[in-house]
Design a protein around this ligand. Structure first.
Ligand code: RAM
Length: 523
């Protein structure tokens, strides 16, 4: 690494915490609060496809009349997906309360979660994410204010036990929903077909519920600021809620909380103290460049470009450390770049696409920041990267980009090479059509990766094909009753999970909110 670059990185490190984090703190605002009451009592059962569905409904007036004895339960439907804090007014009926009321509260983003049995959970991430509480109440009546924040639509209250002499009555329930933005601030897209209107609405709701003090990735689980999710959220936010300060705050956080080596971490925590996580994803750190570029395109705020350019440039420089022969070195770590959760996906070719995509943005930023030396260097890197994309990965015979030593053909590799403009528009268009026709087995498993396939189709002008995919994929979630879009969705296996069990999946996940942006920008 040249001396000049070392000094940039050193300088950047010295600027961390104080300057940027202070700015991020100043950009924080109180959340908007909305009081929400449940709309009905429901029963949830297994539907035809094996997933939970609402089988019956009852008016809320029935709730205070229900006396819950051992084993009885009620399920409240709040009418939509929300993120917030719940208060219950509980009382007893029958003889005086001669034992604690022992309750289980289950919060569910989708109906299916009500049917889940958490005792069977054996996934590889914490069971603690399952939104379920076991509570003893010694004295009734009481107002139970739950301290945790939940992401949910349905709340099931089960009396695990009372006593033979008394029952529990739920007199009232209220939710204080929180978000940085209001749904009322965004107009629906005019002239859309009904199914697309529903997709748009659920996308907006997803984004709204993920917009809290930072752009969270999923308010049920993780609740962290992930940079890969942030890139898509910020783009969707520009087309909808237009809360620029929240994006700015998140950029300052990432820039202020780099790792000791100057790299931007994949995600960060804001509590109990602000700190970068130790997870590093090569493509995610590069996306800082694109996020800054997109922010500039929207705001024309040259000031922040100048301020954050050293951090962005540093990511480009440090990315080279993980490259060998001009491409990402995936030998030691096959998941150095994220790209998608798809099992067995070879990520090397798609990573090259990300590299080129970010270099293009970096070049523009360098120009804006007046950093001629960096601009020239990035131009050279870009030229090499484009050459390598073809020489390493293009297979003329198959008409596809292939990845890794197994020469794997995947959807993600083609999508990213198209988004990177490795070929001209017409050749890229043919590649995307070829992809749809051949339908290679190595597909995608998250709305995040699916987004890039659809964006690639839109990028080459194939609007109808893009819409078709949006309708089958995002529409598929709607047909399963989604109010918000999910972290992972495989239409062939609705219980698929990156974590070994869908109980911890997030069903309101930031990276799936992009139809709200694509429908506004392209249609
Ligand atoms: C998961 C989260 C997050 C994503 C990372 C790569 O833990 O769902 O949204 O960005 O994976």
């Amino acid at each position: 690494m040249g001396e000049a670059l070392v000094s940039i990185i050193e300088g950047m490190k010295r600027r961390t915490v104080d300057e940027f984090v202070k700015k991020a703190v100043e950009l924080d605002s109180p959340l908007l609060e909305t009081r929400v009451k449940p709309v009905s009592l429901v029963t949830i059962e297994k539907g035809e496809n094996g997933n939970g569905v609402v089988a019956s409904r009852e008016d809320m007036e029935a709730m205070p009349r229900k006396r819950l004895k051992k084993g009885d339960s009620i399920c409240l439907d709040f009418g939509d997906h929300y993120v917030g804090y719940v208060t219950l007014k509980l009382n007893s009926a029958g003889s005086p309360q001669d034992a604690p009321a022992f309750l289980r509260l289950k919060f569910a983003e989708i109906a299916n979660e009500i049917l889940d049995d958490s005792s069977t959970y054996e996934g590889w991430i914490s069971k603690g994410w399952i939104q379920e509480e076991f509570i003893h109440i010694d004295v009734l009546p009481c107002e139970l204010k739950l301290p945790r924040r939940y992401a949910f639509r349905y709340l099931e209250i089960l009396a695990i036990d009372t006593s033979a002499k008394f029952q529990v009555v739920v007199e009232d329930a209220e939710l204080t929903a929180v978000s940085a933005v209001s749904m009322e601030d965004v107009k629906p897209v005019e002239g859309l077909d009904e199914d697309l209107q529903k997709i748009d609405r659920a996308s907006l709701k997803t984004l709204q519920d993920c917009m809290q003090h930072v752009f969270e990735d999923g308010p049920k689980r993780d609740r962290r600021l992930w940079i890969g999710d942030l890139r898509l959220q910020a783009k969707a936010n520009y087309a909808t809620f237009r809360n620029f300060d929240l994006v700015k705050r998140c950029m300052y956080l990432f820039a202020g909380l780099t790792r000791d080596d100057g790299k931007i971490g994949a995600c960060l925590f804001t509590e109990p103290v602000m700190q970068v996580d130790d997870t590093f994803l090569w493509d995610y750190s590069l996306f800082f460049v694109s996020i800054l570029y997109d922010y500039y395109q929207e705001t024309k705020d040259l000031e922040i470009v100048k301020e954050l350019w050293p951090t962005a440039y540093c990511q480009i420089t440090l990315a080279l450390e993980d490259m060998k022969d001009g491409v990402l070195d995936t030998e030691k770590n096959a998941m150095l770049a994220f790209i998608d959760w798809k099992d067995g996906l070879d990520r090397q070719a798609a990573a090259q696409g990300v590299w080129i995509y970010c270099l293009r943005h970096g070049k523009v930023l360098a120009q804006l920041a007046g950093d001629t030396e960096a601009e020239e260097r990035i131009s050279r890197l870009l030229e090499e990267a484009l050459k390598n994309a073809v020489s390493h990965f293009w297979d003329e015979e198959q008409g596809f980009f292939v990845s890794g030593s197994s020469r794997q053909v995947s959807w993600s590799s083609q999508a990213w090479m198209v988004l990177a403009d490795v070929f001209d528009k017409e050749k890229s268009r043919k590649l995307m059509l070829h992809l749809l026709e051949v339908n290679p087995e190595m597909g995608v498993s998250t709305p995040y990766a699916y987004h890039h396939v659809i964006e690639a189709l839109l990028h080459v002008g194939e609007k109808e094909k893009a819409l078709e995919l949006m309708r089958t994929y995002w529409g598929g979630m709607i047909r399963l009753g989604a109010d918000t879009f999910w972290e992972a969705f495989d239409p062939k296996d609705t219980n698929a999970s990156p974590y070994g069990n869908a109980q911890v999946n997030s069903f309101c996940h930031a990276w799936s909110c992009t139809p709200a942006w694509l429908l506004r920008e392209y249609f």
